[in-house]
Design a protein around this ligand. Structure first.
Ligand SMILES: NC(=O)c1ccc[n+]([C@@H]2O[C@H](COP(=O)([O-])OP(=O)(O)OC[C@H]3O[C@@H](n4cnc5c(N)ncnc54)[C@H](OP(=O)(O)O)[C@@H]3O)[C@@H](O)[C@H]2O)c1
Length: 260
């Protein structure tokens, strides 16, 4: 089976809940041992671990802030000591303030850059040092990296940089047999959408502008990540794979009123 991950060790940043949790589920279900990184969500992390182990899957928790290089280093040292290998890294953790540019504070911008861009870089660098031929790194991004979504400048800009970084990582690690890709998505049903105000209006507008007529789910984005880490994508590297129901096709922009 091309998506069989038995015997592989995977690390998912921000894996306790949300999209990260859905990714952790997919990887564990396919047989990988999953190192679940979390920062604040201790309870959700413990619950995720309990549920996975109750289903017979193999996982462990490591608390670490991907904003801090020292903390990231310790996390990868621990993975190295415990497993002496790493096959898969999913850079899922993300942070940053929602709001107009005029209201962005320095600390919000720094948090977005440190977490989304720097965290992805340092985790990828330290992961690649432990990977051998066949390793796979997947970064997470969103439509706001290429479109200008309202109140999304801090996250969107750092995600655009993550997409560029993906190409550089892929080029440099390719000769070692390590693939690096980005899984991107339009807005999903779930926790994050509630950060937009007013969420109900946003949801309706997105649905209307999406050819498939709905928002995606965390589980659907996790499937894209699973594809990219698996051998089904063995010839794919340096790419951004977008799952958005066709929202970014921009069809709604040209729909117009009859006779308008
Ligand atoms: N939801 C969407 O609509 C959507 C769409 C497209 C792409 N994505 C991408 O999917 C990823 C996850 O999104 P989400 O909606 O699940 O986000 P979320 O609910 O806001 O969760 C963010 C995750 O990042 C972790 N995190 C934040 N700062 C961290 C730090 N310094 N160190 C370690 N972990 C940290 C959090 O861990 P703790 O809670 O443990 O602190 C949490 O697990 C993001 O990269 C996002 O861009 C999401």
């Amino acid at each position: 089976m091309v998506r069989d991950l038995t015997g592989k060790v995977a690390l998912v940043t921000g894996g306790a809940h949300g999209v990260g949790r859905a990714v952790v589920d997919r990887l564990a279900t396919r047989g990988a041992h999953v190192v679940i990184n979390y920062l604040r969500a201790e309870e959700a992390a413990q619950r995720t671990l309990r549920e996975l182990t109750a289903r017979g899957h193999s996982a462990e928790l490591i608390r670490c802030s991907v904003r801090r290089h020292g903390s990231i280093s310790r996390m990868f040292d621990t993975v190295g000591e415990r497993h002496a290998r790493l096959d898969i890294l999913v850079n899922n953790a993300a942070s940053g303030a929602f709001g107009p540019i005029d209201q962005l504070a320095e600390k919000d911008w720094a948090r977005a850059v440190d977490t989304n861009l720097n965290g992805t870089l340092w985790c990828s660098q330290l992961a690649a040092a432990q990977m051998s031929d066949g390793g796979a790194i997947v970064n997470l991004s969103s439509l706001g990296a290429s479109l200008a979504a309202g109140n999304y400048a801090a996250i969107g800009t750092t995600k655009a940089a993550v997409e560029a970084l993906t190409r550089y990582l892929a080029a440099e690690y390719g000769p070692r047999g390590i693939r690096v890709n980005t899984a991107s998505a339009g807005p999903l049903e779930g926790e994050a959408l509630r950060s937009f105000a007013p969420a109900a209006g946003v949801r309706k507008a997105i649905r209307a502008a999406t050819p498939l007529g709905r928002l995606g789910t965390e589980s659907e984005l996790a499937e894209v990540v699973l594809f990219l880490v698996s051998s089904a994508a063995s010839w794919v590297t340096g790419q951004v794979l977008v799952a958005d129901g066709g929202l970014s096709l921009g069809t709604a922009l040209f729909a117009g009123e009859p006779g308008g």
